[in-house]
Design a protein around this ligand. Sequence first.
Ligand code: SAH
Length: 252
Amino acid sequence: MITFVGAGPGAEDLITVRGDQLLKSADIVIYAGSLVNPALLLRCREDCEIWNSAEMTLEEVLEVFYRGAQEGKEIVRLHTGDPCLYGAIQEQMDALKEKGIAYEICPGVSSFSGAAAALQTEYTLPSVSQSVVITRMAGRTPVPERESIRAFAAHQSTMVVFLSTGLLRELSKELIDGGYTPDTPAAIVYKATWPEEKVLRCTVETLEETARRNDVKKTALIIVGRVLEGEYERSKLYDPEFTTEFRKGVEK
Ligand code: SAH
């Protein structure tokens, strides 16, 4: 069995209990060395075979899967955050499916949740934004034109931008051209939940300058939107006058 496990955003204790158990019992672990906290590997058995996928091609990863599966080994493929976002797991799963090798996914805490915690922010505030756009700037991996930052900016919803720390000047321009005012609050969260985490609050206009001043070049998320201002209407869910499935409201 092969399990794709979400390692969480960085802090060692933000892997799930299930992920931890899988890691402790695995015969083989292939981890995404660029972002997974290496301290997690100390939980592996002494005789566990450990591979760093940052130095491997897809074909090399698959070779380890195929051999391990043939030998009946328990394999963990450890991805950063949650594997469903920018994890390149589909191509691995498709190859396994073709060979008839069973696999499962164990979810993890994504870095976008880690960043919200670092910011002590709720991404969805009543009357401010009820949607979160998770996206990225086009890099070597293209982004479909209909999903450009400029197109999403028109919605003025909360935006969490992955994989774009090296493109902040362009990101600001896209955001402003798309409809956010230059003074819209923004934040850069570097290495959320790691000991070296940095939380930098700025505006849409000052993203590049803020990153430069604080020497942030990678492993960061950009959060954009008025939710960072903290002005909102209180929730209906906890309003005394509001009746829910679990509680009867009282009229004032
Ligand atoms: N699957 C991962 C994302 C992988 S893509 C997840 O769910 O978080 C890698 C990008 O994620 C990085 O370039 C960076 O933009 C972001 N990232 C990953 N870990 C991060 C962290 N701890 N803090 C801030 N950004 C992070």
